[in-house]
Every structure is written in structure tokens, then in C-alpha cells.
Design a protein around this ligand. Structure first.
Ligand code: FAD
Length: 442
């Protein structure tokens, strides 16, 4: 009879599968229980969050796990934002180095590939359609399947079961953790921008497209099949909102996104068939229980998607946990304590920056002052090694923690504000003063 698994992982999603690979590499005998059907059985996503932006933190984690080459064929580079306004398009690059790109990746494709690597290369056991329904006082997962109800035997249990985590809810019910979900009063809906009749991308593929409209926006990320997945972010109530639009997407789009209408042939159908997704920030403390159950990824710190960092942060969690396995062996309580010490401040920082980025995407990108600041930030980056635009710190500099990116970003925002007061172009900026401010404050 084989020994009980060392690591039980609840949730075979993005974080669960990457962690399973990392654990298997160290012979920690992971087992994954996943509520949903196996990838071989299910062919659909539920019409929500079809693709995701992968950035340097996520890429670094995949490289660390030795699986990046398997994932690369799924990636589509995006070098910047293409802003659609007044019938015209403006390109705002994400960075100024060739490798400063983010990548659109299919959620289903990435999850499936990670699962296949875990199963086929490392022999990880997955139990699909096995749902965690609770946690015992001893910290064991209670699992229910169509045939069975049992307690998962494992030395250490990781809850990687996403924003609605059953592991976290069970710990909350037991009074062991406290969690709050700050729901945004905006929701989202996904739609498909079709390929052209010739099977080509209908818009420039190497970009994330945005139609910013002040209090709401439409965005689109490319897919391998040359479609784009568009996401409408809109208030839930008020004017305009999902409530006020009702079933009449056509009229709403005709007023606000007329140029996108010809690109979305199934607008009416998809708008009415797809659910409105809800968004929120989850704060949870602590992330562990009795030194033998630990929450990671969205289960511990779900955030709004506007910085494209939820999955990236979840992957960083996996790497951090793996490093702790290396440093502390199977001293689970110590690993939990150290994981929380290293990750909670960073999770809080990216949660805040993700909220801030919503305003930037739906509104600020339209303003000449914002664009001047972005241009100036690139110029300062060229002139001063210490100055790295905040977006770049988050997306392209995994060696800078989220907390540090937020701290430095706030100082830099003040510097940019001071230097662009009354300026219309870079020619109006006092670069001597810039050098002095950077030397003094950064
Ligand atoms: P999940 O991916 O949610 O996986 C959880 C898994 O646990 C699932 O497989 C689920 O079926 C399983 N499960 C749930 N309950 C149970 C149970 N009781 N028992 C057993 N199994 C269970 N992040 C980015 O980095 N870039 C982006 O561009 C981006 N865009 C986003 C857009 C939208 C609209 C949304 C909503 C999110 C976006 N995110 C993005 C965030 C990203 O989706 C999450 O951060 C990421 O999926 C977290 O991974 P996870 O493994 O922790 O959770």
C-alpha cells in the first residue's frame, strides 16, 4: 500500500496544479482533489474569464518549476494598450525594453497543460469531482464525491480552491480565520470579438485593447484562434449599468462602443446568455490553521483583475512555498508562519494597486496629463537607474516585491506630479529638478 500523501491540495486550478508540480519535484507526494469534472470530460469554460494576462512574476514561477517551455506555445504577447476613443486608436506601450511585454493566455489551456504535466510527467494523482465540504478540528479536509465521503489523509493541507474557498469558509465557520470580501459595485461580462472572414485577427493582435469610457470600459485580449475575448466592466446599478442596460446591449453599444459592434457578431446573444461576474477584494487573516492547513492564491487573497496579477500572485505564492519546503523541510507550522510573514504585506499591496488600476484603465488613460506622466516616467527610467515606472515594477520586475513597488510607486507619483505641473510636453520639464527629487526621495 502506498504511503499517505504528504501534501493534500484542495483545488486543481492554476495555483493547485503548479504547486502539485513543485511538490512532486521534491517527492512530497501531493494529491489534488478538484470539485470540477476532469479536463477530458469538460470542454467549456463557463463563459467567464476566458483569458488572462501572464506577466514576469508568473513567467518566473513557470520557469522555476521547469514548465515554461510547455506553456510558451499558449502565449500571445501584448506590448501595450491600444486605446480606442473617438473612432481613433492610440498605442500606449507597457514598457520600453523589448522584453517588457505581457502575455495573453487561455485560462482553460493553461490549467489543462499544468494538469497534464503534473499527471503525466510527475504522476500526481488528481481526484476530479471530489469536493471539499469542510475541515475537521484536526485540520483534515472532508471530501465528498458521487461514490464516497471521506477525510483526506495528508501531513499538510493546502487550500488552493479559489476565491470562494471551501477550506477558508470552513475555517471561518470554526472561528479560526476572519475574512472580509469588499465587493466592487461594478461587475463584468465576457463577449467574443470574432476573427475576420479570412481567419485573421480583426484588431492589432499584440496589444490589450481598451475602450475607456470614464466610469466603465470594454477591454479585449487576443486568443490563439484569432478571436479576442472582450470584457465589459460596468457598474451594477445606476446610469449606465448592467441594471439600466437590461437586455438591450445593442442600443448601449451603439452609444458607447459603436466601433466594436461589427466585431462582435453575437453581441445580443452573448450579452444575454453570459452571466454578470462579480468582483471583489478578499482580506483574510490568518491564512493558516494549527500549522497544518494553509490557504494560498485566491483562497487567501482574491483581488480585482485590473492589474492582471491575481494568477501571477498565486504563482508567486507557490514558488515562495516551495522555497520554504526547501528551507524548513516538513516543519509545517514554521512554514505557515514564514509564508504569512513574507506574503501578507505583498498581497495587501497588490490588492490596493489592482483597485487603483481600474481608474487608470477606464479613465486616466484618456487624459493628456496621464500620457505626459507616462512619457516622463519612461524618460526618467532612461536617465536614472533608480526610477522604474510602477507598472513596470509590478509587471516586469519580480525581484521588486509588490509592497516595495507600491511604496516606491507612491514616491514616484509625487515626483511626476510635481514635474508635470503646468507642463504640456517633455520639453517643459525641468530635468535638473527631476534629478534632485530622485536623489532626495528615492
Ligand atoms: P482558481 O483558479 O479559482 O482555482 C481554484 C480551483 O479550486 C478551481 O479549479 C475550482 O474548481 C476548485 N475548487 C473550488 N472549490 C472547491 C472545493 N470545494 N473542492 C475542491 N475543489 C474546489 N489574474 C492574472 O494574473 N491576470 C489576469 O489577466 C487576470 N484576469 C482576470 C479576469 C477576471 C474577470 C477575473 C475574475 C480574474 C482574473 N485574474 C487574473 C485572477 C485569476 O483568475 C485568479 O487570481 C487565479 O485564477 C487564482 O488562481 P487559484 O488557483 O488561486 O484559484
Amino acid at each position: 500500500m502506498s504511503a499517505a500523501p504528504e501534501i493534500g491540495i484542495v483545488g486543481g486550478g492554476l495555483a493547485g496544479s503548479l504547486l502539485a508540480i513543485l511538490c512532486a519535484r521534491r517527492e512530497l507526494r501531493p494529491i489534488v482533489v478538484e470539485r470540477d469534472a476532469s479536463f477530458d470530460e469538460s470542454t467549456t469554460t463557463d463563459g467567464r474569464s476566458i483569458n488572462l494576462a501572464l506577466a514576469a512574476r508568473g513567467i518566473g514561477a513557470l520557469r522555476y518549476a521547469g514548465v515554461l517551455a510547455d506553456i510558451e506555445p499558449l502565449l500571445l504577447p501584448m506590448a501595450g494598450r491600444r486605446v480606442h476613443e473617438d473612432g481613433a486608436e492610440r498605442f500606449l506601450p507597457y514598457g520600453q525594453r523589448r522584453d517588457e511585454r505581457i502575455y495573453s493566455v487561455s485560462r482553460a489551456g493553461l490549467s489543462r497543460r499544468l494538469f497534464e504535466i503534473a499527471r503525466d510527467r510527475f504522476g500526481v494523482e488528481y481526484r476530479f469531482r471530489h469536493e471539499c465540504t469542510g475541515i475537521t478540528a484536526a485540520g483534515r479536509a472532508q471530501i465528498r464525491s458521487a461514490q464516497d465521503a471521506y477525510e483526506l489523509e495528508a501531513s499538510f493541507l493546502v487550500g488552493a480552491d479559489g476565491a470562494g474557498s471551501a477550506v477558508r469558509r470552513a475555517l471561518e465557520a470554526a472561528g479560526v480565520v476572519r475574512a472580509t470580501e469588499d465587493m466592487l459595485d461594478h461587475g463584468y461580462k465576457e463577449l467574443t470579438l470574432a476573427a475576420t472572414a479570412a481567419g485573421e485577427f480583426a484588431l492589432a493582435p499584440e496589444a490589450l485593447h481598451i475602450w475607456p469610457r470614464g466610469n466603465f470600459m470594454l477591454i479585449a485580449l487576443p486568443n490563439l484562434d484569432r478571436t479576442f475575448t472582450a470584457t465589459l466592466f460596468l457598474p451594477l446599478t445606476g446610469e449606465p449599468s448592467f441594471a439600466s442596460v437590461g437586455a438591450d446591449a445593442q442600443s448601449f453599444f451603439a452609444v458607447h462602443f459603436a466601433d466594436a459592434i461589427p466585431l462582435i457578431p453575437k453581441l445580443e446573444h452573448e450579452y444575454n446568455a453570459h452571466p454578470v461576474g462579480h468582483l471583489g477584494t478578499l482580506t483574510c487573516t490568518p491564512w493558516s490553521h494549527s500549522g497544518r492547513v494553509l490557504l494560498i492564491g485566491d483562497a487567501a487573497h482574491a483581488i480585482v483583475p485590473f492589474h492582471g496579477q491575481g494568477m501571477n500572485a498565486a504563482f508567486e505564492d507557490c514558488v515562495e512555498l516551495d522555497r520554504l519546503f526547501d528551507e524548513h523541510g516538513s516543519e509545517w507550522p514554521r512554514i505557515c508562519a514564514e509564508f504569512e510573514r513574507r506574503r501578507t504585506g505583498n498581497a495587501a499591496a497588490i490588492a490596493t494597486m489592482a483597485l487603483e488600476n481600474y481608474r487608470e484603465m477606464r479613465d486616466d488613460v484618456r487624459s493628456p496629463r496621464f500620457r505626459l506622466k507616462a512619457e516622463l516616467a519612461f524618460e526618467l527610467e532612461r536617465r536614472h537607474a533608480k526610477f522604474i515606472p510602477r507598472y513596470a515594477m509590478v509587471m516586469f520586475h519580480p525581484e521588486i516585491s509588490y509592497a516595495e513597488a507600491r511604496r516606491r510607486g507612491a514616491v514616484q507619483a509625487e515626483i511626476l506630479e510635481l514635474l508635470t505641473e503646468g507642463a504640456r510636453s517633455l520639453g517643459d520639464v525641468d530635468f535638473k529638478r527631476a534629478a534632485a527629487l530622485i536623489a532626495e526621495r528615492l
